[in-house]
Design a protein. Sequence first.
Length: 46
Amino acid sequence: MFKQVAVVGATGAVGRIMLQLLAQRHLPVQKYKFVASARSAGKPLL
């Protein structure tokens, strides 16, 4: 089974915590998608 995870609001406070948790846990996910608002364009995720 192909597992995908999307993090909406990736540059916000909760999104950053989600990114940290995903990095710490080695989940069997094949594809990640990080989504943020247009005003966050160019901002680093971590």
